[in-house]
Design a protein around this ligand. Structure first.
Ligand SMILES: Cc1ncc(COP(=O)(O)O)c(C=O)c1O
Length: 360
């Protein structure tokens, strides 16, 4: 078996140890005589799995007691609608647009009320994050929405908006668990799990108590945070396998990595290897303004589109797959989530240097 270095933006690599645990438990979980895939979600065995998954996520992310955690289907995209449906109590909200997903979130919210785009970094093709300290926030906005890490453009926030009395809602799909986060700065955090946490098929929302229970009566039950959370994410059949895998990854982060501060150190070092290389030469170019460089998604181009194509093809042959940039940006993108080993980035850099020498 030869496992490749998979630089996919998501679904993406999972820690090998977690995959092996899942493999060893695939046919029989514990002494239950059945797979988690086959288990009733109402069984004591699954009840223990979902409870431990949530408890472990609370420990890993240091979630304060006045926040609830819910597991949802429909991906992060469904959250784009659930956020306004549940939180837009004044009929308006502020959105900062820093890329494709924050733009989609704002568009979805417009279906439900007044959306003020208070900043938009499209003027420089989303290569930076607007200065959040100098923005004209709407005083009676129900919330401020940001996308913390922009998967396609490879940017991330350094500071986040802090406006007294207006909750901050953040899409953390592509950076959750990459480093510690001060949850108390946010009214709500949501993320699709298919990058740093688990296989595709689930989103998680972490929501401050006081923001729950304000949805209009006609909001569908499955779109109502309170309805799902008050039933411990078991209003209906939950994505059992994703929850189980999330639990395994949380355990891995706690026991093998030793928590998110350690994870951050690993990620800073790992991304540093790639950015240092990019800064040391002129064949490849990373367009992002330095302070806003993402630890998780690194974009770069070669001198032209033909060489980009050649690079991706030769890289794939060499075992570095899914390096093609998103169609909105072109070029290349290396998504180096938690589970990408440092060695994978070191080897990619060697390959890039060699390619540059041969094609420069
Ligand atoms: C930051 C961000 N938000 C939202 C999404 C959409 O997620 P989903 O496909 O789970 O709906 C993605 C997907 O890559 C993403 O990277």
């Amino acid at each position: 078996m030869a496992r490749v270095y998979n630089f996919s933006a998501g679904p993406s690599m999972l820690p090998e140890k977690v995959l092996k645990t899942a493999q060893s438990e695939l046919l029989e979980y514990g002494t239950s005589g059945q797979s988690v895939m086959e288990m009733s979600h109402r069984s004591p065995a699954f009840d223990a799995i979902i409870k431990e998954t949530e408890a472990s996520m609370r420990r890993v992310l240091n979630v304060p007691d006045n926040y609830k955690i819910g597991f949802f289907q429909g991906g992060a995209t469904q959250q784009f609608a659930m956020v306004p449906l549940n939180f837009m109590t004044t009929g308006k909200a502020d959105y900062i647009v820093t890329g494709n997903f924050s733009n989609l979130a704002a568009k979805e919210a417009k279906k439900f009320g007044e959306v003020n785009i208070i900043a938009n970094s499209e003027d420089k093709n989303f290569t930076y994050i607007p200065d959040v300290k100098s923005l004209a926030y709407t005083p009676d906005a129900s919330y401020i929405h940001i996308c913390q890490n922009n998967t396609i453009f490879g940017t991330t926030y350094v500071d986040v908006p802090e406006v007294e009395g207006v909750p901050l809602v953040a899409d953390m799909s592509s950076c959750i668990c990459s480093k510690p986060v001060d949850v108390s700065k946010y009214g709500a955090i949501y993320f699709g799990v298919q990058k740093n946490i688990a296989p595709a098929g689930m989103a998680v929302a972490i929501i401050r108590d006081d923001l729950l229970g304000n949805a209009a009566a006609n909001v569908p039950t499955m779109m109502n945070y309170q309805a799902i959370i008050s039933k411990d994410s078991m209003y209906n059949t939950p994505p059992c396998w994703c929850i189980y895998m999330t639990g395994l990854v949380m355990k891995y982060l706690e026991e093998d990595i030793g928590g998110l501060a350690n994870m951050e150190q690993i990620n800073v070092k790992k991304a540093g290897i790639l950015y240092d290389f990019l800064d040391s030469q002129s064949f490849f170019n990373n367009p992002v303004e330095k302070p806003y460089r993402s630890l998780m998604n690194v974009t770069f181009t070669s001198p032209n589109a033909d060489l980009d194509k050649k690079f991706c093809a030769e890289a794939a042959e060499a075992g570095f797959v899914n390096l093609k940039g998103h169609r909105l940006v072109g070029g290349m993108r290396a998504s180096i989530y938690n589970a990408m080993p440092t060695e994978g980035v070191e080897k990619l850099v060697d390959f890039m240097a060699d390619f540059a020498k041969k094609n420069g």
